[in-house]
Structure formats: C-alpha cells, structure tokens
Design a protein. Structure first.
Length: 223
C-alpha cells in the first residue's frame, strides 16, 4: 500500500515491462496447456520443467537459447501427451508482445511513468528475449519514459538473479534503498527487497497509478 512506501527516500522508479506496461504475464503461461486441450496437472508439470526446474526459458531470456529451440522442446512435451501444436503456437505461447492484439498496452501506466520521468530518473528492467526486442521497443517511446533500459537478453542476466539488480543500481548511480520497484512477480520483488529496494506489486492499474501519481505529485520537475 502507498503508506508503506517511504516517498521521501525514493530517488528513482524501476519498472517491469510484461505484466505492468503490457497486459499478460504468468496467467498466460498457466492457461496455455488447457487452452490446447491438456489437463492442468499435466501442463503444470511441463511448465515447471520449462520455466523453473529446468531453466529453459531462463536460457532464452539470457540469450543462451533461441526461441525456436525452446519452441521445439515445448512442442515435444505437448506431443508426449497427444497434443499437437504448431511452431507459431509454441513461439507465441505468451502471445506476441509486438502487437496490441497479443499483449495490450496499458496507457494509464505509460502516462504515469512519463510523469515520473519528468521529475526523477526511471528505469525499465525486463526479462525479455532477443526475438521480441524490436517489436516491443517499437510500441513505447523509450526516451520519453526511461533513463535506463535493461533487457535480460542483452545483458545475459535475468530477474531474480542478483547481478541484474546490481547492474540497475550501477546504471542509475543509486543505492538500493533509493529505488522503488514495480513488478507483477513476487520472486522478482523479493530479490529487489533483499537489496534494500522498496517494492510495489502490480495487481491492478488503479492502485499502482494512484501510488505512483502521489509520488510524481510530491516532486518538482527535473531541471
């Protein structure tokens, strides 16, 4: 809640992309198997292997594995349960962040981020993949929104790995306790808090926009 954030200590705001600026995130992953006729328990086992225990998606986000290589593994895992999916379905299991129809943009979040950028440094810290980079970047005016953009597929690290948080602090030139981090993933926020970052979990636009709007109103424009 807004009263838990010490506004006077916040010198910069760090934003996630998917699940914050773009609709989507973990719910899209959770729904993928059942949408294609696979029961939830079987899909949960596959997704745990691909996204958690096996770290295959982590390899894609660190640009250690191509999206096509990951898609082939996903196709094989689904086929083992008698479910046939196409290469395009596998490649866009989380929809296409390049297009509004895939992952709609939240204009209210864009607006409040632009307000904040006019009065303090802001950063984008995204777990992303090289194959989607051109598309999502075309949807946002990065210069109007952020001083720093850190993309996991460019730096070879991803949230919640400590190194990518340290890099964000270095690029902003600020200590962890001076940062407010907005993300929709609890593990990512927990890793930020371990470095002293204040955190704001994205659960709905209204609350986040209200908190960030209060922060923007409390600060004069940057010179």
């Amino acid at each position: 809640m807004s009263e838990q954030i010490k506004f006077h200590t916040v010198q910069a705001v760090v934003f996630d992309l998917g699940g914050v600026f773009l609709e989507g995130g973990p719910n899209l992953v959770k729904a993928f198997g059942p949408q294609h006729g696979l029961n939830q328990a079987a899909w949960d086992a596959i997704s745990h292997e691909l996204f958690i225990s096996g770290d295959l998606w982590g390899q894609v986000e660190r640009a250690e594995m191509s999206l096509d290589a990951f898609a082939k593994v996903l196709i094989a895992r689904m086929a083992a349960h008698g479910i046939r999916i196409s290469m395009d379905e596998a490649r866009y299991f989380m929809r296409d962040p390049s297009h509004e129809s895939g992952m709609p943009l939240r204009p209210e979040v864009v607006d409040v981020a632009a307000r904040l950028h006019r009065c303090m440094p802001t950063a984008l810290l995204t777990n992303n993949i090289a194959e989607w980079r051109e598309g999502w970047r075309a949807r946002l005016d990065l210069d109007d929104l952020f001083d720093v953009v850190i993309d996991s597929s460019e730096v070879g690290m991803r949230k919640p790995e400590p190194g990518i948080y340290a890099l964000t602090e270095e690029k902003l030139g600020l200590a962890g306790e001076q940062l407010l981090f907005v993300d929709d993933i609890g593990l990512n926020l927990k890793a930020g808090r371990a470095r002293g970052w204040q955190t704001l979990k994205f659960e709905d636009s209204g609350r986040v926009v209200d908190v960030l709007g209060q922060l923007a109103t409390s600060r004069p424009p940057r010179r």
